[in-house]
Design a protein around this ligand. Structure first.
Ligand SMILES: [Zn+2]
Length: 262
C-alpha cells in the first residue's frame, strides 16, 4: 500500500518522525509527502534523500496560504523546485480553497497562483495533486481549460462532478473521511478501482477508538492508516482487500512514476 498524500513535514512529527517512518516501512511500499509551504521544503527534501525509494515528495503552495506569498517568494520557491526536480514526483497540493479564503480578491489571487503551478507542472512534466475545498467546480473548469491530463483529486467530495473527473481520466485519492461520509462512500462505489488511490492527509483525519475522526492534537494520524481506507473500499466494492491494495498501488506507481531502486 502507498499513502499518496501525507504531511510528515509538519512539526507534529518533530519528536518522533524517524520512528513514524520506520513504522511505515514495515507496512507500506511508499509514502508521498505533500509539502504545502516553502518553509517546509528543505525538511521535505531531506526526508526524500534520507529515505530514497521510500519517501517521495509533491510540492506547491497550499491555496490556504495564498496571503503569505508575494512575487519574490514565488520566484524563489519555483527556483528551488526546478533545481530539486529529481527529488519531486508531483506539483501539489495546489488548487483553490474557498472555505479558508472568502474574499473575492484573494480567491482571484488563488486562481492566478493555481494557474502558475499548472504551468510549472507542464514545464517539468509532473502530475498535479489538487486541493479543491468548496471550489470543486471552478477547479475542474480550470483544469479542463488548461487541458491537464495527469491529475489526482485529493479529498474529492463533489459527487455531481464525479463523471467529469472519471471521463477526464483523473484519479481520486481517498482517506479516512470515507469511514464517516456517505457521500464519499458513494463516490468510491461509483469510481472505477483503476482511478482510485489511497491517502491519509496525516497528521489530520486521525480516527479514535470509537471510529470517529478527531482533530490532530487529539489523535495524530499516521500513513499506516491507509489500511483502514483500503478495508473500507474492499467492503464497499465487495472485493478482496488484496485487490484494492494491488490496484491502488499500481495506480500510484504509474501516476507518480515512482522509482524504488536507488
Ligand atoms: Zn494535504
Amino acid at each position: 500500500m502507498i499513502d499518496t498524500h501525507c504531511h510528515l513535514e509538519q512539526s507534529d512529527y518533530n519528536k518522533d518522525r524517524d520512528i513514524v517512518i520506520e513504522r511505515c516501512k514495515h507496512q507500506l511500499q511508499a509514502i508521498i509527502i505533500s509539502c504545502s509551504n516553502l518553509k517546509h521544503f528543505n525538511t521535505t527534501m531531506q526526508l526524500v534523500r534520507q529515505h530514497r525509494g521510500f519517501v517521495f515528495a509533491a510540492t506547491s503552495v497550499h491555496p490556504q496560504y495564498v496571503k503569505e506569498y508575494d512575487e519574490k517568494d514565488l520566484i524563489k520557491y519555483f527556483e528551488m523546485i526546478r533545481s530539486n526536480k529529481d527529488n519531486i514526483v508531483a506539483i501539489g497540493e495546489t488548487g483553490l480553497d474557498y472555505n479558508w479564503i472568502k474574499e473575492t480578491e484573494w480567491q482571484e489571487k488563488q486562481k492566478q497562483l493555481f494557474i502558475k503551478f499548472i504551468a510549472l507542472a507542464n514545464q517539468l512534466l509532473l502530475p498535479l495533486v489538487i486541493h479543491s475545498r468548496d471550489a470543486v467546480e471552478t477547479v475542474v473548469d480550470i483544469l479542463e481549460k488548461y487541458k491537464t491530463k495527469s491529475v489526482q483529486m485529493h479529498m474529492f467530495t463533489k459527487r455531481s462532478l464525479l463523471k467529469r473527473v472519471i471521463d477526464n481520466g483523473w484519479f481520486i485519492s481517498v482517506n479516512t473521511l470515507l469511514l464517516r461520509s456517505k457521500n464519499v462512500k458513494k463516490i468510491v462505489r461509483d469510481c472505477p478501482l483503476e482511478q482510485l488511490m489511497l491517502e491519509t492527509d496525516s497528521p489530520w483525519l486521525g480516527i479514535d477508538k470509537d471510529g470517529k475522526i478527531k482533530p490532530k492534537y487529539k489523535v495524530r494520524n499516521e500513513p499506516i492508516a491507509v489500511r483502514l481506507v483500503a478495508e473500507k473500499i474492499a467492503q464497499i466494492k465487495k472485493i478482496n482487500i488484496e485487490n484494492v491494495d494491488r490496484q491502488t498501488t499500481e495506480n500510484a506507481i504509474n501516476f507518480f512514476d515512482l522509482k524504488f531502486k536507488v
